[in-house]
Design a protein. Structure first.
Length: 360
């Protein structure tokens, strides 16, 4: 099998690459960073799957951060996650500082198994790490005919409404609703007005940002991207977004017995300090409520009404998840675009391995 260096060199000068090629490259990088083959393959598949769906910001672009944390010892490459089942339809996973995508996958599978038996399944996770695109995990449940919700806390970047100190994270939530024979409805969103990465890009480019994106160090709205980087992001929808972020924080950390978000470490920090991220996954089996056919009919009725409703100035309405489904189809046929950003992330991860004497 080719090493990560050879696989990376094979991408030079190309516009796109198939899923399997990028998945294999990511797996080789993770193995070189200390992970065993099987979990590395699973994690690489999840990261490449995000890329395949056009979720580029939460796919392979995170490899450099994950590799850095693995090499620093902040992520345990061989974490033996422990599962506790204190209730009939509830479980808690101690991820033991393992890779977040692996903890999330295990948790959503546990929640789905519990829901299939009892109608409702919930699995909380503590001592985890950044888990990438939440959409991937709720979509797994939808493919089993289940409705799913996912929540996670994150490193502090958002001030409480009326404050100026970063206490809460961008705290994402996701939901998926199955549509037999059709693309599931998949919602995946942060509770901040904008991703901090967009502010960082504006600061690098010397561009102004909208006033509702961030606060400066004094707690005042700012259009200066660099001042925003020294301040905090604003919540989505003002006080309502702050309240929603707080709900997600408490659901994730309190039910898992994890750490509060203001002590969580960013995946981009260096050093051996662990992240301590917490998650919560819920799965619901429609068959054990009003009935699978009843739920499917209602979901389809609402979906059809939205899709056929009158178009506005921005075009015809589309359901959450439709864009990702379209990208999945296109990129499966044409390959995943090898953008400068993606290639830069892959090279960065490889260079870290070289500096650590682990390049293959």
């Amino acid at each position: 099998m080719s090493g990560s260096g050879e696989l990376l060199r094979a991408l030079a000068g190309r516009a796109a690459a198939p899923f399997d090629e990028l998945r294999l490259l990511a797996a080789e990088i993770l193995v070189a960073a200390g992970m065993r083959r099987e979990p590395a393959d699973t994690a690489a598949s999840l990261l490449a799957s995000a890329q395949l769906r056009g979720i580029d910001s939460h796919g392979l672009s995170h490899l450099p951060a994950y590799v850095a944390r693995l090499l620093d010892g902040a992520i345990d490459p061989d974490a033996q996650m422990r599962i506790e089942r204190p209730g009939t339809c509830a479980a808690v996973i101690d991820a033991r500082t393992g890779l977040g995508v692996l903890a999330a996958r295990a948790a959503v599978e546990e929640a789905c198994d519990l829901a299939s038996r009892h109608g409702v399944g919930a699995c909380a996770v503590r001592n985890s790490n950044h888990f990438g695109a939440a959409a991937l995990f709720v979509e797994m449940a939808a493919k089993r005919g289940l409705i799913a919700l996912a929540f996670s806390n994150a490193a502090p970047t958002m001030a409480p409404w009326g404050g100026k100190e970063a206490v809460l994270g961008t705290n994402p939530l996701a939901a998926a609703f199955p549509r037999p024979g059709n693309t599931p409805i998949v919602v995946d969103m942060a509770t901040s007005a904008v991703a901090r990465a967009r502010i960082r890009r504006s600061a690098t480019a010397g561009e102004a940002i909208p006033l509702d994106w961030a606060l400066d160090e004094s707690g005042a709205p700012t259009s200066d991207a660099q001042a925003a980087m020294n301040g905090t992001v604003q919540p989505l929808g003002g006080a309502k977004g702050y309240a929603l972020a707080l709900v997600i924080e408490l659901l994730s950390a309190a039910l898992s017995g994890g750490r509060p978000g203001f002590t969580v470490r960013s995946p981009h920090e260096t050093g051996p300090a662990t992240a301590g991220t917490s998650h919560l996954f819920l799965a619901l089996d429609p068959a054990k409520f009003a009935g699978a056919d009843v739920a499917a009919s209602m979901i389809e009725t609402v979906a059809t009404k939205i899709e056929t409703s009158a178009a506005g100035t921005a075009g015809r309405p589309r359901l959450p998840g439709a864009r990702a489904a379209g990208e999945l189809d296109r990129r499966t046929r044409e390959g995943i675009p090898l953008s400068a950003g993606l290639l830069g992330s892959l090279r960065d991860a490889q260079q870290q391995l070289m500096r650590a004497g682990r390049a293959t």
